[in-house]
Write a protein that binds this ligand. Structure first.
Ligand code: AMP
Length: 223
C-alpha cells in the first residue's frame, strides 16, 4: 500500500516545543521540517529584502503580513525536498494563511494530513521562552536552567566555528515581548484550532511532558 506524503502541521503557542519536536520528527520520517521563523531569522541575518521587511515585525512580537508569508511558503514548498512530504513549524498562523496553504497544497496534489497541537500552560511558556538562548550562527537552542550552553559558551559543533558570543537571547524572547507574542497567538492563531478541528484534522498532545514523551505521543497520533 502506498501512503500519501505526510503533511504535518505542528501547532501551538511560542515555546510549546514545535522546533524541538519538528527536528526530531524530520529525522524520524525523513522529511524536512520547515520553520517559517527560522527562514525569516536567516533572511534578517543576511539582510535580504525579505529579512529587512520582516525584522521589525519579529522584534516587536507581531506577525509578518499574510501576503509576505504566503509568498515565502509558496517558494519553499516548490523546493525538491518538500516533494516527499514535510512538517510545518510556525505556519499557518492566521485563517488567511491556512486558506492560502490549502490552495498551494491543492495545486501540488497535496493536502494537510494532520495538525498536532502541543498544549502548554501560559506560565510554563513564559518560563521556557525567557530562559531560552540560541546560537545566532548555527541555530542550536539552549536553556539557562535546563540545558545551559557549554561553559566556554561555544556550541558543540566545532566545524561550524561557533563562539561564545554567538549565543544570545532572541530579541523576541525578552520578557517584554513574550507576553505580546502569546497574546497574538491567542487572538490570531488559536482560531485555527476550530478551523482544523472542523475538518477532522486536529489532535492535541500535552506538550509539558519530557521531549521523549511528547515525541512518543505525536508519533502515536500520526500512526
Ligand atoms: P517563531 O520562531 O515561529 O516563533 O517565529 C518568530 C517570529 O517570526 C514571529 O513572532 C513572527 O514575527 C514571525 N513569523 C514566523 N512565522 C510566521 C507566520 N506564519 N506568520 C506571520 N509571522 C510569522
Amino acid at each position: 500500500m502506498t501512503r500519501n506524503p505526510l503533511v504535518l502541521i505542528l501547532f501551538g503557542p511560542p515555546g510549546c516545543g514545535k522546533g524541538t519536536q519538528g527536528a526530531r520528527l524530520a529525522t524520524h520520517y525523513d522529511i524536512p521540517s520547515i520553520s517559517t521563523g527560522d527562514i525569516l531569522r536567516q533572511a534578517a541575518r543576511e539582510g535580504t529584502p525579505l529579512g529587512e521587511e520582516a525584522k521589525g515585525f519579529m522584534d516587536a512580537g507581531k506577525l509578518v503580513p499574510d501576503e509576505v508569508m504566503l509568498g515565502l511558503i509558496g517558494e519553499r514548498l516548490k523546493q525538491k525536498d518538500a516533494g516527499k512530504g514535510f512538517i510545518l513549524d510556525g505556519f499557518p498562523r492566521t485563517i488567511v494563511q491556512a486558506e492560502g496553504l490549502a490552495r498551494v497544497l491543492d495545486r501540488g496534489g497535496f493536502a494537510v494530513t494532520r495538525v498536532v497541537e502541543l498544549e502548554v500552560e501560559r506560565d510554563l511558556l513564559v518560563d521556557r521562552l525567557t530562559s531560552r538562548r540560541v546560537c545566532s550562527r548555527c541555530g542550536a537552542t539552549f536553556n539557562v536552567r535546563t540545558l545551559p550552553p557549554p561553559p566556554e559558551g561555544a556550541c558543540a559543533d566545532e566545524s561550524v566555528g561557533c563562539k561564545g558570543e554567538d549565543i544570545v537571547q532572541r530579541e523576541d524572547d525578552k520578557a517584554e515581548t513574550v507576553g505580546k507574542r502569546l497574546d497574538v497567538y491567542a487572538e490570531s492563531t488559536a482560531p485555527l484550532l476550530t478551523f482544523y478541528g472542523d475538518r477532522g484534522l486536529l489532535a492535541s498532545v500535552d506538550g509539558s511532558s519530557s521531549p521523549d514523551e511528547v515525541f512518543r505521543r505525536i508519533t502515536a497520533e500520526i500512526g
